[in-house]
Ligand binder design. Structure first.
Ligand code: SF4
Length: 425
């Protein structure tokens, strides 16, 4: 069954989305006017069934609608069907992409159950072999996809670009005195590699509605240039991502700066934010970042949003920061359950404000808002619900937090209709 993902018509949130073929990945539609899909990738050893299963479910519960696994060695390929089975047994139906480099043609041939279990194959045209063998090995993967009725992503990456193509274009630039900078040539080669590979995939029997393209680079300005060019030259759906974006704030901002421009221009059908986690860090950060980006642009709603002021000299304690963080974490922890129970809960808005300067105004604009007392203000917290003053809270931080949380719970229960629950047998 095809799942209908909810989303805003992008015309309301920027320029109209470009028209593309719709590609079905498992039960999720990518392109063809469908809302932009969030993807992520595990960083576990795929041969380790238990840890890959666990992280995949965590990523899916956090909001990743498609999850990618590295399939790099026979042990990983052999593990794929078992992980997929455990996921389905656990009620997790996120489509799974196999990420192949160098030996995808061998693994998919030797492990047909892996080929069947995966919902899409990612092929990097720069890492599929050299010379004559590149086309042969690329074709082998495409034919396996065709025979299994699976889509592929032709995933070009600036760090592993087809070097024969680059050398040829560099030489052409010199011979014809074209005067192009090397960065421009590389950007051209990325688009060319993607388009040539798409032609080859079509020749192998894949249909237009089985091919997604990406051309990732780690430089935001180049990413924008490449995708603008690509989007003008193909109607295949596009997967967006700034590759190797980096850690923490740097990775998030560089990704948002580049993807935000493209998404606002209507370019992009599915996204991944490629963050480097801290050692032992939470892999779900990349999913939260992708969801926040789409929600910020008004393209999707994943989770209630919390408006919080930055604080200033009028805030004398950290109470409002703690409350904002606590309610944000409460929402994040509760959403996997809420989204299965309440229709539309993801559109709820909250405000947690530090004083009465902007507090009541923001509180009135939210579904539920609280203003904490600033310096010199009476120790009271007015609460607004759907624009109207509802109650004034007083008490310790813990009492305020518990009371606010309970107001949120009651609001959800009253406002959002219960979804029919599936009975699992
Ligand atoms: S709402 Fe109050 S505490 Fe928050 S930034 Fe504005 S003036 Fe400062």
């Amino acid at each position: 069954m095809l799942t209908q993902i909810k989303g805003t018509d992008a015309a309301a949130a920027g320029r109209p989305r470009r028209k593309t073929f719709g590609v079905r990945v498992g039960h999720v539609m990518v392109g063809g006017g469908a809302p932009i899909v969030v993807q992520s990738m595990t960083n576990t050893d795929t041969a380790d069934v238990a840890t890959t299963f666990k992280q995949t479910v965590e990523l899916a519960e956090a909001g990743s609608e498609i999850v990618r696994w590295t399939v790099n060695v026979p042990e990983a390929a052999a593990a794929v069907p078992e992980i997929k089975k455990r996921m389905l047994d656990a009620g997790c139906d996120a489509p799974i992409i196999g990420d192949f480099h160098y030996n995808g043609h061998v693994l998919l041939t030797k492990y047909p159950e892996c080929a069947k279990a995966l919902d899409k194959y990612r092929i990097n045209p720069g890492n599929v072999g050299a010379g004559q063998r590149r086309d042969e090995q690329f074709s082998t993967i495409c034919k396996i996809a065709r025979d299994n009725g699976k889509p592929v992503r032709i995933g070009v990456n600036g760090g592993s670009l087809n070097q024969e193509l680059v050398m040829h274009k560099m030489q052409e630039n010199t011979d014809k005195n074209l005067g192009k900078e090397s960065e421009e040539i590389i950007n051209d080669c990325m688009v060319l590699s993607a388009l040539q590979s798409t032609e080859l995939a079509l020749e192998c029997g894949l249909r237009h509605d089985q091919i997604i393209i990406s051309c990732k680079t780690s430089r935001p300005r180049d990413l924008i240039t490449v995708y603008r060019d690509l989007s003008a030259k193909t109607e295949q759906p596009l997967h967006l991502g700034l590759t190797e974006a980096g850690m923490g704030m740097k990775g998030q901002i560089w990704s948002a700066a580049s993807l935000g421009v493209l998404l606002y221009e209507g370019i992009g059908d599915t996204i991944r934010i490629s963050l480097t986690p801290k050692p032992g860090g939470d892999r779900r950060e990349e999913v939260y970042a992708a969801c926040e980006l789409l929600q910020a642009l008004g393209l999707r709603s994943f989770s209630p949003s919390v408006t919080a002021c930055p604080g200033c000299g009028r805030t004398t304690s950290t109470t409002f920061q703690e409350l904002a963080e606590r309610i944000q974490n409460y929402i994040r922890d509760s959403m996997p359950v809420w989204k299965t129970q309440y229709d539309g809960v993801e559109t709820m808005t909250l405000a947690v404000m530090g004083c009465i300067v902007n507090g009541p105004g923001e509180s009135k604009a939210a579904n539920i808002g609280i203003s904490l007392p600033g310096t010199g203000e009476a120790p009271r917290c007015p609460i607004y619900i759907d624009g109207k003053k509802d109650v004034t809270l007083e008490g310790t931080y813990d009492e305020l937090a518990a009371a606010f949380q309970s107001l949120v719970d009651n609001y959800i229960e009253k406002k959002y209709p219960r979804k029919p629950q599936e009975v699992r047998v």
